[in-house]
Write a protein that binds this ligand. Structure first.
Ligand code: HEC
Ligand code: HEC
Length: 443
């Protein structure tokens, strides 16, 4: 039924199956003529072209393990049924986001009638994320708060741990079990390279092979492909480019506490030449009180509520998301505090202009709307919530978790918005400087 929502675009980049799709999208006409059918693809690594063209990397700079990770990441044969790769939802042309080409704010899985409940975040700069800690963050008033981890709810601590999950998630790659996945890897055209890197007998032990798959992906994700620090912002910080007046105004509004106050959570250190200090997230968890997205198929059921951080374990009286399995172990205690309900991890804003849609539920298609929401959530709730009933994606017992006191949220209905239309434009102009691949010398 939701099939009609998918654009009739070639499915992404998928090395083993449909490389031709991305080739026709990306290759310069001359090259395209040379390789316009799968049979004519160059013998060695078509994916080299994909990434080189999409994100400008030189694959020869990768180690064998990182390169193996790249090939797994783009392999669309590792899903059940085949056709969905990590890159289907994490497309390098969109800073490794993409939702498998849906237009409903959340991703379609390998089975065409299956949809997730969260927007696929960027994989860029994820190697900078600290491990999850239930009290590792410190507020201005000294209060200790949860921070770190991967996924919107921080349920994985490392890239290795994260990488194992999508293969078996029924609404993502849907493999039945480890053996089923490893049998596919053992048949891949990089199986020999895999044995060379991980040992001749690696496929005899599926658990060890799964660890090796995850370690290869994580090695690739830790390369500069994912952490290039090549945005205009980075060049300006290094003294190699200048902001326009509007971008400069936008940065000020972004950081000034009584205006956008964005930097309170989307960390930026303008005094530092080290871009690592400006990751545009502090990895903290917050409840923004977003509108409920009726584009998400599972939201047709009013009992389905995505509670984020506290959903690592079921909360009494609230039905947990069936496809998001809590990953609770002795080493990783559950977050049972009701004050954690409705909180999601602050994402980086690096590359934000090419990673639409926005927020954990993919509610906003436009970046300007996402920024305008901050400015007018409390002064003009009718603009965002049906009949102006605020926070309609959270049961009322958790409304108190939504911040209504700190800028940009401290306004009340009838007051003027926290940011004017012109100021929102300025912030948006600044956000455009966060896209990687800037060429210094360009305006
Ligand atoms: C069908 C779409 C889909 C596929 C396929 C997929 N992902 Fe994701 N990915 C998502 C979604 C959705 C999330 C957020 C899920 C959540 O928070 O519960 C996510 C989260 C992530 C994150 C964490 C980002 C963050 O902000 O914490 C990483 C890293 C990642 N995926 C890597 C991968 C890798 C590696 C693969 C392949 C093994 C993969 N993904 C396959 C949709 C997908
Ligand atoms: C109190 C912390 C906090 C402040 C202040 C804050 N943000 Fe956020 N931001 C978040 C969190 C948390 C999310 C994710 C919320 C979710 O999806 O549930 C987010 C998400 C976003 C997103 C969507 C990112 C994506 O990848 O989907 C944008 C864009 C954004 N913020 C911009 C801003 C701007 C611009 C400001 C200032 C006007 C700002 N934020 C102020 C915490 C904050």
């Amino acid at each position: 039924m939701f099939q009609c929502l998918r654009p009739h675009l070639a499915k992404l980049a998928l090395v083993n199956a449909v490389s031709v799709g991305i080739f026709s999208l990306l290759l310069a006409p001359a090259l395209q003529a040379q390789y316009d059918s799968p049979g004519q693809l160059p013998e060695q690594s078509p994916e080299q072209f994909i990434l080189a063209l999409a994100v400008g990397i030189d694959q020869s700079s990768l180690t064998p393990r990182e390169r193996l990770g790249l090939r797994i990441f783009f392999d669309s044969n590792l899903s059940e049924p085949a056709g969905t790769a990590c890159a289907s939802c994490h497309d390098p042309r969109r800073a490794f986001t993409g939702n498998n080409s849906t237009l409903i704010g959340v991703a379609q899985g390998s089975r065409s009638d299956q949809f997730g409940t969260r927007d696929a975040p960027t994989v860029m700069y994820q190697a900078t994320a600290p491990r999850f800690s239930s009290n590792g963050g410190v507020e201005a008033d000294g209060k200790r708060v949860p921070m770190g981890g991967l996924f919107w709810d921080g349920r994985a601590d490392t890239l290795e741990e994260q990488a194992k999950q999508p293969f078996f998630n029924a609404v993502e790659m849907n493999n039945a079990d480890t053996s089923a996945l490893i049998a596919k890897v053992a048949k891949a055209n990089y199986a020999a390279a895999f044995r060379q890197e991980w040992g001749g007998a690696i496929f005899d032990n599926p658990e060890a092979a799964l660890d090796a798959v995850a370690a290869s992906i994580a090695a690739f994700e830790r390369t500069s492909v994912f952490q290039p620090f090549t945005s205009k912002f980075d060049y300006v910080m290094r003294g190699q480019a200048k902001f326009t007046e509007q971008e400069q105004r936008g940065l000020s509004l972004f950081t000034i506490r009584q205006k956008g106050n964005c930097a309170q959570c989307h960390t930026v250190d303008v005094a530092s030449r080290d871009p690592q200090k400006s990751l545009f997230t502090d990895f903290s968890y917050r409840a923004l009180g977003l509108p409920r997205s009726m584009r998400i198929p599972k939201n047709a059921d009013p009992a389905f509520i995505d509670l984020g951080l506290c959903e690592r374990v079921p909360v009494e009286g609230v039905k947990p998301a069936a496809d998001i399995k809590p990953q609770v172990t002795a080493a990783k205690p559950p977050v049972t505090d009701p004050a954690a309900c409705g909180l999601f991890k602050t994402p980086t804003l690096r590359n934000i202009t090419i990673t639409a849609p926005y927020m954990h539920n993919g509610f906003f298609d436009s970046l300007r709307d996402a920024v305008a929401f901050y400015a007018t959530r409390d002064t003009d709730p009718v603009r965002w919530f049906p009949a102006g009933k605020k926070f309609n994606d959270l049961p009322s017992q958790y409304h108190a978790n939504v911040d209504v006191d700190t800028p940009p949220y401290q306004r009340r209905p009838q007051q003027s918005p926290q940011l004017t239309e012109a100021e929102i434009n300025d912030i948006e102009a600044f956000l455009y400087t966060l896209t990687d691949g800037y060429k210094p010398g360009r305006k």
